[in-house]
Ligand binder design. Structure first.
Ligand SMILES: C[S@@+](CC[C@H](N)C(=O)[O-])C[C@H]1O[C@@H](n2cnc3c(N)ncnc32)[C@H](O)[C@@H]1O
Ligand SMILES: Nc1nc2[nH]cc(C(=O)O)c2c(=O)[nH]1
Ligand code: SF4
Ligand SMILES: [Mg+2]
Length: 245
């Protein structure tokens, strides 16, 4: 019998350092590991190149060591926060990578919709749970979401981030916040991407994003919802939906 090969990580893109453009770590320099493949298919997903199987040929199966070598090359060997995104990074074997990085002083933040729980969530530094509102066309499985919370244990900072396009999404965000009052909540206005993003340099509707951002601020303040944090996607304001930034 041959020894089992270590599981490989399906990578869509590895880039940085750039700044984290969203949520609790906004502005913090980071290297992104974007995994390929997702169990969801949100109507407005801005990262379809990491979701749609049409882009599968671009994805690379990499060992933990391969990914680690690339991360250390990009960061010049200086420890920083590594952002694990996708696709759904929870469906990839990332536990070993997290252990490897921690040995060298790196941190790990992971973004997931909360549909798949992993025991290695407990080793993360930051877990961003981003349940999907009605405009996405997805249905939230709150039992799976609860399992993610349980798996994360006490170590990571766990936050919730909800994309809001309209009034129904806003109502969903309020209900999610009421369900998890212990989780810091971030709201971000949706950006419309013409699916699929054949041309990642295509201009995005910045006026629309700004309009939704102002509407969201007005909505939160008129409701006296003073625990909610409203943030735009900073990288989208700076670079649109360009890949690799
Ligand atoms: C591309 S997803 C990848 C990680 C994971 N699948 C998830 O959805 O949390 C990263 C973040 O981008 C957000 N996002 C995706 N498409 C968006 C859009 N069109 N406008 C605003 N945020 C978007 C998601 O809600 C999520 O919080
Ligand atoms: N700079 C930057 N910040 C981000 N925050 C979340 C991102 C994502 O697509 O997951 C993202 C991204 O792609 N770029
Ligand atoms: S869950 Fe995340 S990566 Fe998957 S389709 Fe939705 S926004 Fe895109
Ligand atoms: Mg993105």
């Amino acid at each position: 019998m041959t020894a089992a090969r270590p599981a490989e990580i399906r990578v869509s893109e590895l880039f940085g350092p750039t700044i984290q453009g969203e949520g609790v770590l906004i502005g913090l320099p980071t290297v992104f590991v974007r995994t390929g493949g997702c169990d969801y298919r949100c109507s407005w997903c801005d990262s379809l190149h990491a979701v749609d199987s049409r882009y599968r040929e671009e994805w690379r199966a990499m060992s933990t060591e391969d990914v680690w070598r690339e991360v250390t090359r990009l960061s010049g060997g200086t420890p920083l926060m590594i952002s694990l995104s996708g696709g759904n990074p929870a469906i990839q074997p990332l536990g070993e990578l997290i252990g490897r990085g921690h040995e060298e002083g790196y941190g790990f933040a992971l973004e997931t919709q909360g549909s798949v729980a992993r025991d290695w969530f407990a080793d993360l530094d930051v877990l961003v749970l981003s349940p999907k509102p009605p405009s996405s066309g997805m249905e939230t499985d709150w039992d799976a979401f609860d399992a993610c919370l349980r798996a994360s244990g006490d170590k990571p900072l766990v936050v919730m981030k909800v994309v809001v396009f309209d009034e129904a999404d806003y109502a969903y965000a309020r209900a999610a916040a009421a369900r998890y009052p212990q989780l810091p909540l971030y709201l971000q206005p949706g950006n419309h991407t013409p699916p699929p993003p054949e041309d990642s340099d295509a201009p995005i509707d910045i006026d629309g994003v700004m309009e939704r951002m102002r509407w969201l601020v007005a909505r939160v303040t008129e409701d006296r919802w003073f625990e909610a944090r409203v943030l735009p996607q900073l990288h989208v304001l700076l670079w649109g939906n360009k890949r690799g930034v």
